[in-house]
Design a protein around this ligand. Structure first.
Ligand SMILES: [Zn+2]
Ligand SMILES: [Zn+2]
Ligand SMILES: [Zn+2]
Length: 233
């Protein structure tokens, strides 16, 4: 058995919810079983399953052996480990071994230590073979966290008028005519623009347009008209 290896295997966990779970064991002369969340319950399953791996020279089928002593091994662990556990494993390895897992931030291309990266949501089916998806560096994460809802959202943009960053969902609505901020209003235009002849004319054009669309259902050869667009000031 060589030091600096991490073993992972998928085992059956007969409790509510998830019936398959990933278990990990790190070997540095001693065996360190790593359990995350629900996995703590399955401690003994893994111990018996992995016992063979430590008693024999060969690793049994279904147990993945990753050598952290090599750059390839460390890279492999980052891409092959269950994405839900990547953060926890990277942190454990950083805190308890001489190794550090690194990965490239898919947003900015910076080389980062994985235990400092942030998950933006998991993708994949929970099995081995998941790409490093949904992990970005702390700088990219910070610039994508909405000041209003506090959620990470790639749509988050700087709102100049409010001097803050907001996601698409929280960003203030602006009047389609004068551009004035309307908070979280569900109206198309502000109360000032609502009473203008221009807006009244626009509403009439919409009505005409909808009537024409209905007419076209029965008379497809009639003249086509385009949807009216509200002109901003
Ligand atoms: Zn980044
Ligand atoms: Zn938001
Ligand atoms: Zn307005």
């Amino acid at each position: 058995m060589e030091r600096g290896h991490i073993y992972q295997t998928k085992i059956y966990a007969p409790y509510d919810g998830c019936h398959w779970t990933w278990e990990y064991c790190y070997y540095d002369g001693k065996k360190h079983y790593l359990h995350f969340g629900e996995q703590a319950k399955t401690n003994t399953f893994l111990a018996s399953k992995l016992k063979d791996a430590f008693d024999f020279k060969t690793v049994p089928a279904g147990v993945y052996d990753t050598d952290l002593n090599t750059a390839e091994g460390r890279k492999e662990l980052v891409t092959e480990v269950n994405a839900m556990h990547l953060s926890a494993i990277a942190k454990w390895i950083h805190d308890n071994t001489e190794f550090t897992l690194t990965a490239t931030c898919p947003e900015c291309g910076a080389e980062c230590e994985v235990h400092e990266m942030h998950s933006t949501g998991y993708r994949g089916d929970g099995g081995v073979g998941i790409e490093l998806l949904g992990y970005i560096c702390s700088d990219c994460y910070a610039s994508g966290v909405c000041d209003d809802c506090g959620e990470y959202d790639p749509s988050t943009r700087y709102i100049e008028s409010e001097d803050k960053v907001c996601c698409e969902h929280c960003k203030p609505v602006s009047c389609a005519m004068c551009g004035k901020d309307m908070g979280d209003s569900e109206n198309e235009v502000c109360s000032d623009c609502e009473d203008t002849p221009e807006y009244t004319a626009h509403l009439l054009k919409i009505e005409l347009y909808l009537a024409m669309k209905r007419y076209q259902l029965f008379f497809p050869d009639c003249e086509q008209i385009t949807a009216p667009v509200l002109k901003s000031a």
